[in-house]
Design a protein around this ligand. Sequence first.
Ligand SMILES: *[C@@H]1O[C@H](CO)[C@@H](O)[C@H](O)[C@H]1NC(C)=O
Ligand SMILES: *[C@@H]1O[C@H](CO)[C@@H](O)[C@H](O)[C@H]1NC(C)=O
Ligand SMILES: *[C@@H]1O[C@H](CO)[C@@H](O)[C@H](O)[C@H]1NC(C)=O
Ligand SMILES: *[C@@H]1O[C@H](CO)[C@@H](O)[C@H](O)[C@H]1NC(C)=O
Ligand SMILES: *[C@@H]1O[C@H](CO)[C@@H](O)[C@H](O)[C@H]1NC(C)=O
Ligand SMILES: *[C@@H]1O[C@H](CO)[C@@H](O)[C@H](O)[C@H]1NC(C)=O
Ligand SMILES: *[C@@H]1O[C@H](CO)[C@@H](O)[C@H](O)[C@H]1NC(C)=O
Length: 357
Amino acid sequence: MGVCGSLFLPWKCLVVVSLRLLFLVPTGVPVRSGDATFPKAMDNVTVRQGESATLRCTIDNRVTRVAWLNRSTILYAGNDKWCLDPRVVLLSNTQTQYSIEIQNVDVYDEGPYTCSVQTDNHPKTSRVHLIVQVSPKIVEISSDISINEGNNISLTCIATGRPEPTVTWRHISPKAVGFVSEDEYLEIQGITREQSGYYECSASNDVAAPVVRRVKVTVNYPPYISEAKGTGVPVGQKGTLQCEASAVPSAEFQWYKDDKRLVEGKKGVKVENRPFLSKLIFFNVSEHDYGNYTCVASNKLGHTNASITLFELSEPTSSSLLQGPGAVSEVSNGTSSRRAGCLWLLPLLVLHLLLKF
Ligand SMILES: *[C@@H]1O[C@H](CO)[C@@H](O)[C@H](O)[C@H]1NC(C)=O
Ligand SMILES: *[C@@H]1O[C@H](CO)[C@@H](O)[C@H](O)[C@H]1NC(C)=O
Ligand SMILES: *[C@@H]1O[C@H](CO)[C@@H](O)[C@H](O)[C@H]1NC(C)=O
Ligand SMILES: *[C@@H]1O[C@H](CO)[C@@H](O)[C@H](O)[C@H]1NC(C)=O
Ligand SMILES: *[C@@H]1O[C@H](CO)[C@@H](O)[C@H](O)[C@H]1NC(C)=O
Ligand SMILES: *[C@@H]1O[C@H](CO)[C@@H](O)[C@H](O)[C@H]1NC(C)=O
Ligand SMILES: *[C@@H]1O[C@H](CO)[C@@H](O)[C@H](O)[C@H]1NC(C)=O
């Protein structure tokens, strides 16, 4: 609080009374304001918290006494400082202008300030409102949340600022859905997996750029196998069975053949797991590898399975020809030998170029 506001209350009151006597203002009589003549204070002053505010009062040479007041407290009377607040300084006291500055303005400085003058034994006042703006600030926001599908959630975003900021919630990723709430609170009942992702709270009040904070909403759901296709492979070739499952948290995969769990490290077979995909790889398919496999995807919310068949292809297909190891090496041998076939021309070409220059 300002020093003059609280510390010197009895003194301050005395001062007000004596000033009134000085200016011959009978107490209780309303003072005129908004006069077309002097004194003329400026329009309302709007400043941001922390900035300086200049209170200017235009006068003329008929004016004999001048003062600036904060409500009923005298800040300055002529060149004399009546208040102890170091933030209040006299800017000018001339024949035409009487101005003070309030530095490092804070919200409690907001309110009416009065320029009081005496002209030809007539006291006059002019009032100006100091309006203090504060940038928006998010002071409280929900933390990231992990919830099971179907439950209700409630997100909160509390912001401060002057004027009071507008608070909105938007769903921004994975798909930008846009505004979901024009309010500090965001309630979602029976949340779905599509409603997971990042939510952004924005607080704006035109004083400064809006402030934004993000909250991550994780929606857990049991595995769902999206792809499990059978594969045909000839004997002696590499074969891969793929099982794709979406789940939150990520699914764990297990492979079964005819109700028998395939343990990792079995000779010639490898399981490759990624968060949404499991591959069962046979390096050298033999007759007894053919058959029905079951991919089981599970997480803490449940499990599901899909049947995938590895079946025999008697003839290598054109696609397996292209992808098979034999085919690849043939192609690469071919190109490299063709390249090697041209290499002998290189010295001739260099010689030709050297001769040209
Ligand atoms: C104006 O008055 C208010 C209320 O007493 C006080 O809190 C504030 O510090 C004062 N400001 C100045 C600049 O005197
Ligand atoms: C100045 O501010 C006061 C208080 O906010 C308001 O009542 C008044 O209308 C404003 N005057 C002007 C000229 O904006
Ligand atoms: C979600 O909110 C609705 C409506 O308020 C309520 O009926 C339901 O029981 C809530 N569900 C859960 C899981 O809390
Ligand atoms: C694949 O297995 C068969 C039978 O066990 C064997 O004859 C062949 O050499 C193996 N091929 C490779 C590339 O390991
Ligand atoms: C494999 O599964 C398919 C479809 O689920 C079924 O028609 C077929 O009989 C099964 N084959 C074996 C060898 O179990
Ligand atoms: C696959 O799911 C069916 C139906 O839910 C169940 O009967 C079967 O036991 C499951 N198989 C495996 C290997 O978990
Ligand atoms: C391809 O290269 C491999 C080794 O690099 C060799 O064994 C094979 O005979 C070559 N094949 C052809 C068609 O040149």
